[in-house]
Ligand binder design. Structure first.
Ligand SMILES: *[C@@H]1O[C@H](CO)[C@@H](O)[C@H](O)[C@H]1NC(C)=O
Ligand SMILES: *[C@@H]1O[C@H](CO)[C@@H](O)[C@H](O)[C@H]1NC(C)=O
Ligand SMILES: *[C@@H]1O[C@H](CO)[C@@H](O)[C@H](O)[C@H]1NC(C)=O
Ligand SMILES: *[C@@H]1O[C@H](CO)[C@@H](O)[C@H](O)[C@H]1NC(C)=O
Length: 398
């Protein structure tokens, strides 16, 4: 039957009763049934039972003389659907004779607006439903996956992401990182990353759940997609976040990155993301010079794992490595001599120059190669300046 329509209608009832029209907004807000109505995983039968329940309550109310003038649910349904012209309605429905056409029109408009509102539940309601489904262990794996996919979209706007913890959502999602299903773990990491992206509030909340180290261990997963999404979440959590970076360092995050960067058997996407993260951290360090520089930025082995990536291979990886090196060179704590003697940066830059030269002649590669060559020259120039400073520093007696 029309279970859903009935529930919608029952939610509309206050507006039909005099004196409670203004309360309709509150009713909408307080009404748990609004959530019920939209739940994807709830049984239609449940909705119908609920509707029936409210219907019997309605019969009692009827004796208290509803001034709105509907003696049957059917009449109200007609009203709620509200396609009819008020004048015509007045003519055919004798029960509404007490209302003027104006009043009738007004109420019809209000009702239409309310029905529209109920048809489009708020994002917070949708998140609540998805979180509830994810938290409901009697639902199927597919239901849980759908809930996570919905959350992935819902947490994108910053206001929604900010609401997630209030709804108890973060805790539920964080728990899913321990799921036995890789797909659930992957999606959960992805949602956490999305919600934390450029959002200091959510970053802080997630860090408080102690989730960063968990995600770091997931980066080492044999399942590539899981590792990639976990690294995405790790990046989102420590991006421009001093506290996140401290936890990352304490949990040997630098060694994790170094291992991925220096081992070509890791998935190329994971390696690209890793080197991008290095560059990003260095860049944010430069933007916040008052923050103490992370110790691993000055580690020779760490820097070498980045410099080695500009060797011929994947052009995208080479470009990201160049950009990271540019930022690393600009840091106070890195030393030109280490780049030169330990990382062999000058040789690496020369090899790259020779690799790019023929590409500059190829029509389909020219633009990209030329961009890369520009960055390469920039890096070379910063490198030489840094070396000059080092020599000068050595000459000046202290
Ligand atoms: C629902 O209630 C919250 C706070 O109680 C309020 O901020 C919000 O505006 C209300 N929403 C509607 C649609 O009334
Ligand atoms: C969990 O889902 C089942 C099946 O849809 C439902 O019957 C039950 O009420 C749900 N539990 C909660 C707490 O929502
Ligand atoms: C998740 O379910 C547990 C009971 O299984 C309940 O105590 C908790 O409040 C639920 N959390 C959310 C956010 O629905
Ligand atoms: C590189 O990684 C693979 C698997 O990811 C591992 O089996 C191998 O031992 C690593 N090689 C080195 C040199 O660490």
């Amino acid at each position: 039957m029309m279970g859903r329509a009935l529930v919608a209608l029952i939610l509309c009832l206050p507006i039909l009763m005099p004196g409670v029209v203004i309360a309709s907004e509150d009713r909408l807000n307080n009404s748990a049934s609004a959530g019920l109505f939209w739940s994807t995983a709830k049984e239609e039968a449940d909705l119908y039972r609920k509707a029936k329940l409210d219907e019997s309550a309605l019969t009692l109310n009827e004796n208290n003389e509803l001034d709105g003038g509907f003696s049957s649910l059917d009449g109200m349904l007609q009203w709620a659907i509200g396609h009819s012209d008020p004048a015509k309605l007045k003519e055919t429905a004798q029960d509404v004779h007490r209302l003027s056409t104006e009043e009738l029109k007004k109420r019809q408009t209000e009702l239409k607006e309310l029905v529209e509102k109920l048809k489009t539940p708020s994002d917070a309601q949708l998140m609540q439903i998805a979180v509830g489904d994810l938290n409901n262990s009697s639902l199927s794996l597919d239901d849980h996956l759908s809930a996570l996919e919905e959350l992935l979209i819902l947490v994108e706007p910053i206001d929604n992401a900010n609401d997630l913890n209030k709804l108890g959502g973060l805790e539920v999602i964080v728990r899913q990182l321990d799921s036995v299903h890789p797909e659930i773990r992957k999606l959960s990491a992805w949602v956490i990353g999305k919600a934390s992206q450029n959002n200091p509030l959510v970053q802080k909340q997630v860090l408080e759940y102690g989730t960063l180290t968990k995600l770091m261990s997931m980066v080492r997963s044999n399942i590539v997609e899981e590792a990639i999404k976990a690294l995405y979440a790790v990046s989102a959590l420590i991006r421009n976040n001093a506290e996140g970076q401290q936890i990352f360092y304490a949990a040997a995050g630098d060694l994790m990155l170094q291992e991925i960067l220096s081992n070509s058997s890791f998935d190329i996407r994971l390696r690209r993301k890793s080197v991008f993260l290095v560059g990003d951290m260095a860049e944010h360090q430069l933007e916040n010079p008052e923050r103490p520089e992370l110790p691993f930025f000055s580690s020779g082995l760490f820097l070498k794992s980045v410099v080695d990536l500009i060797a011929p291979g994947d052009l995208d990886l080479q470009e990201k490595a160049l950009l990271a090196i540019k930022s690393l060179l600009n840091l106070k704590s890195t030393q030109g001599a280490v780049f030169k003697n330990f990382c062999n940066l000058d040789k690496a830059l020369e090899v790259l120059r020779l690799q790019l030269q023929p590409l500059l002649e190829e029509v389909d590669q020219r633009d990209y190669a030329s961009d890369l060559e520009n960055i390469r020259q920039e890096v070379e120039s910063i490198f030489h300046k840094k070396l000059d400073q080092t020599w000068q520093g050595m000459l000046v007696p202290t």
